[in-house]
Design a binder for this molecule. Structure first.
Ligand code: ADE
Length: 251
């Protein structure tokens, strides 16, 4: 089967960089969303801005699968670090996704996906491995090749790659209390964001292989807002572009 890769990104600017990689472009607009169909390195793909939060990302992921028949889905964006040892600029690839704000107790256990009998959704091991190889290649070449020397200095970048659990919820986490509350309940979670677990649920129901790749932009505490926009402009955009190009080269 010919592959048709779906690429979703949580930030408009980040995904604009990825859209710029496409050749033979066609733009399709549905439900206030722009889907750019084309090729990257000869591989067919469809790229879209997911929009923010679980509902918005669910709509976009569903359209990508139902209207564009993507065979694989990569979600790329930023996240706040929860686990010790994660640094700004590190990259996390999901093994499992969980919705930290889902709670239908006492009917079912906390975090359980209603009628799906599970708390976690696994990413596709082959896509996660592929994304991991792409990220490792880029780290080995030197982060300054991706973002330039100034950004490396500004953000003290020395990225490392991590695989683990990612939690999603409809909240930007920027307090020590909230980050600790999530960690106490879900101690294996590496980082927190606002879309991945929703996209994971869509992909589970449609049977579409997916993975989630997140760059750590903040520590999900009271410092979380500081320089977030600068980080997106100087680091996350360039990371996304480089990671997607390298994934397409390896496919
Ligand atoms: N995306 C990036 N940082 C985040 C945070 N602290 N909380 C939720 N989503 C994020």
């Amino acid at each position: 089967m010919t592959r048709n890769i779906g690429i979703l990104g949580a930030m408009a600017q980040e995904i604009d960089e990825v859209k710029a990689l496409l050749t033979d472009k066609t733009i399709v607009k549905i439900a206030n969303r722009e889907f750019v169909v084309g090729k990257i390195g000869g591989v067919r793909c469809v790229v879209a801005f997911s929009k923010w939060g679980k509902v918005a990302a669910t709509i976009t992921a569903t359209l990508l699968i139902q209207e564009f028949a993507v065979t694989d889905l990569f979600f790329i964006g930023t996240a706040g670090a929860l686990a010790d040892g994660l640094k700004i600029g590190d990259i996390v690839i999901a093994n499992r996704l969980v919705q930290h704000d889902l709670d239908a107790r006492p009917i079912i256990q906390r975090f359980e996906l209603p009628l799906l009998n599970r708390v976690y959704v696994n990413s596709d091991p082959e896509l996660s491995d592929l994304a991991g190889r792409a990220v490792s290649n880029l780290i080995n070449k030197g982060v300054e090749k991706m973002v330039g020397d100034e950004a490396v200095k500004d953000f003290n970048l020395a990225p490392s790659l991590h695989f683990g659990d990612i939690a999603s919820g409809d909240q930007f986490i920027n307090s020590n209390e909230k980050r600790q509350e999530i960690l106490n309940l879900l101690p294996d979670v590496l980082c927190v964001e606002m879309e991945g677990a929703a996209v994971a649920q869509v992909c589970l129901e449609f049977g579409t292989p997916f993975t989630v790749i997140r760059t750590i932009s903040d520590t999900a505490d009271h410092n979380a807002r500081i320089d977030f926009n600068k980080f997106i402009e100087e680091v996350a955009n360039a990371y996304s572009r480089a990671i997607v190009s390298e994934i397409m080269r390896l496919i």
